[in-house]
Design a protein around this ligand. Sequence first.
Ligand SMILES: Nc1ncnc2c1ncn2[C@@H]1O[C@H](COP(=O)(O)OP(=O)(O)OP(=O)(O)O)[C@@H](O)[C@H]1O
Length: 290
Amino acid sequence: MTHQQAPVLAEGLGKRYSRGWALRDCSLEIPPGRVVALVGPNGAGKSTLMGMVTGLVRPTAGRIAVFGEVPSGRGMHSCVAFLTQQKPLYPQFTVAETLRLGRHANPGWDQAYAEELVARAAVPLAAKVGTLSGGQRTRVALALALGKRPRLLMLDEPLADLDPLARQAVLQTLLAECRAQEITVLLSSHVLAELEGVCDHLVLLIAGQVRVAGDVAQLVHEHALLVGPPGQPCPVPQGAIIDSQVVNGVQLVLVPAHAARPAPGWQLHRPRLGQLALSYMRGSGLAVAA
Ligand SMILES: Nc1ncnc2c1ncn2[C@@H]1O[C@H](COP(=O)(O)OP(=O)(O)OP(=O)(O)O)[C@@H](O)[C@H]1O
């Protein structure tokens, strides 16, 4: 295992449940040190993909490697930490006892670091987890995840129960920590606006397939957002339009940058990450949870 190995490499990966394919022909690479947004409508296959990284979900087709190793199903790769909305915390345990559990369960556990993270969040070690606020519980769960000293941190909507201010504060703290420690982050979220300026890589799944994946700056560069008055014909052939909508009385049309042409009455903009993802989801004709 080297530090250059991709945290996640999938080739032709697929998962079929009794109701059909949850993920199909999925090939992607999560590069090291990036903060990756994993987005897509409900049921797109995000949790299934994360489950395959942990090894708990076995592929039906293709292969997946995590830091060069095939997940065995006998426990997660030691370099991976996973946090979901259902945080694995026992309400009757104190914070100190919770961290002790982390120490017993993880060979690479860093007790001093985990305690420091809890102290920074001003959560008392003697407090029972069940008495903490949602934000405080999230900070304890993050200390538990980061105390493992992971090189890949997967977050499956872990902040969904926090109010917007707490979400922003926890996310900023977490990501500053991950950048400082060069931890790769795979962050699944429906709140596209909060991924803006935070994620530098995008994986967009739609109906179990990778629709868009890559470096955010590059993807933004490869697309254009045409803004024009309603009713005015779009200066781009219909076949090149990824998505078109009218918002607050203006037309917003997402197209590949190479197809964009200056035209009277129309302005050319670079899309933001959220606009890009939302446009692809809308353009796919599927319900969007944003
Ligand atoms: N254990 C299971 N058994 C049968 N079908 C499943 C199972 N887990 C997931 N699925 C189906 O697989 C598809 C993908 O589900 P998944 O949870 O991976 O999507 P998601 O993108 O994480 O969705 P959401 O954003 O709603 O959390 C869905 O159609 C879901 O119903």
